[in-house]
Design a binder for this molecule. Structure first.
Ligand SMILES: Cc1ncc(COP(=O)(O)O)c(C=O)c1O
Length: 393
């Protein structure tokens, strides 16, 4: 009976849904904390956590309560009117943003936050060119896709937005050679997530800042994956002591609901004219309530400290484990953003871990990727390491 239900769900999604997702064979029915349960009641440790969205735990009770209360009060309010919960979210986000970044544009997805950043950079500087990084990932709408490196995502849809060039990630000289008098902005991930947790040299972001300052171009930090505590600091840029001109945040921000933001230096953020960027759902009260609760949870639970501590423990245990495994090339991570690069195809270990109760992600053919929720506990971490050990035998 359960098998029939499973097949029904899968065949309906496969028949009517987007064929563009690389699906895993799992029907998720509910989630709590770092765990989800399938429709047969089987439990899984979720260390992919909706590609980092469920960092504060699935159905985080503070977020659930806030959403429930807001849903019974007001669920829609266009940005052309004012509403208390939106102003509270804006205030809270501005208060945790790097110093000087005071103007917040709310959006519904990471890619849209990138679109806003591109528009702001062009509007403010009145220049056209955007420098992005090889290996960078910024989303799949046309502007964001133009800033994304992987040709596999792009080629079928050309022509994309003109004016984008790519520098070598981690190499300030390469960046310097790409920036010129026509450059509006440089967009960079502090750690490249989708490329497989690529951590640049420790002084790299500071050098990016210097190149931008010297050329008078805007530094856009895409912290959609790294932001809000994931790497052990509120913003990954803090590891390098750098403040960007525009900061992008998404995923964790909505506590599970679709919310992102482009947070800009006051003068840059004020540069758009009336009507130049609006969106019907942006700043929706329900999502704002979730975002406000998420930020309150982050600031009142030492989420950054927990991510640093738990991430450090997981990284060290996986590093020790890797020393006994011929199939592992390297292990790397920052906070709760961890990758195991294998010498073999990830498909079998990934599916085998899934069948034993551990959900992980991947990058390309050889990188296993972990984005564990910060609420994960000791026993889940030990079990996850044990399962990774067993599937890499
Ligand atoms: C660094 C970064 N930027 C942008 C995006 C795009 O976000 P979304 O998928 O919400 O459009 C992602 C998504 O993984 C990301 O990791």
């Amino acid at each position: 009976m359960l098998r029939v239900v499973y097949l029904d769900i899968v065949s309906v999604e496969d028949s009517y849904g987007s064929p563009s997702y690389q699906k895993l064979p799992l029907v998720v029915e509910r989630g709590f904390g770092a765990k989800v349960w399938d429709n047969a009641g089987r439990e899984y440790i979720d260390y992919l956590a909706s590609y980092g969205v469920a960092f504060l735990g699935h159905s985080n009770p503070s977020v659930v309560d806030a959403v429930r209360e807001q849903a019974s009060k007001l669920m829609s309010c266009h940005g052309s009117l004012y509403t208390p919960v939106r102003s509270e979210l804006l205030e809270r986000l501005a208060s945790i943003a790097p110093r000087g970044l005071t103007r917040v544009y709310l959006s519904n997805s990471g890619a849209e936050a990138v679109e806003v950043a591109i528009k702001l950079a062009r509007r403010y500087t009145r220049k056209k060119k955007i420098v992005s990084m090889k290996g960078g990932y910024h989303g799949k709408t046309f502007g964001a896709l133009s800033a994304t490196w992987n040709p596999r995502y792009k080629e079928a849809f050309e022509p994309l937005v003109p004016g984008f060039v790519f520098a070598e990630y981690g190499d300030p000289e390469s960046l310097r050679s790409c920036v010129d008098g026509e450059t509006a902005g440089v967009i960079v991930e502090p750690v490249q997530g989708e490329s497989g947790v690529i951590i640049p040299p420790s002084d790299y972001l500071r050098e990016v800042r210097e190149v931008c300052d010297a050329a008078g171009v805007l530094m856009i930090a895409d912290e959609i994956q790294t932001g809000l505590g994931r790497t052990g600091k509120m913003w990954a840029c803090e590891h390098a002591g750098v403040t960007p001109d525009i900061l992008l945040v998404g995923k964790v921000l909505g506590g599970g609901l679709p919310l992102s933001a482009t947070v800009a230096r006051g003068d840059i953020g004020a540069s758009l004219m009336k009507g130049e960027h609006t969106s019907t759902y942006a700043g929706n009260p329900l999502v704002c309530a979730a975002g406000k609760a998420a930020i309150e949870y982050i600031t009142s639970h030492d989420v950054c400290g927990e991510a640093a501590k738990k991430g450090g423990k997981l990284l060290s245990e996986l590093t020790t484990l890797a020393q006994t495994k011929k199939s592992v090339r390297s292990v790397r991570g920052l906070g709760l953003m961890i990758a195991l690069e294998l010498k073999i195809d990830v498909r079998n270990p990934l599916l085998s871990a899934l069948s034993r109760g551990l959900i992980m992600g991947y990058s390309g053919r050889t990188i296993l990727r972990l984005l564990p929720p910060v609420v994960t506990d000791e026993s889940e971490m030990s079990k996850a390491v044990e399962l990774i050990d067993s599937v890499l035998q």
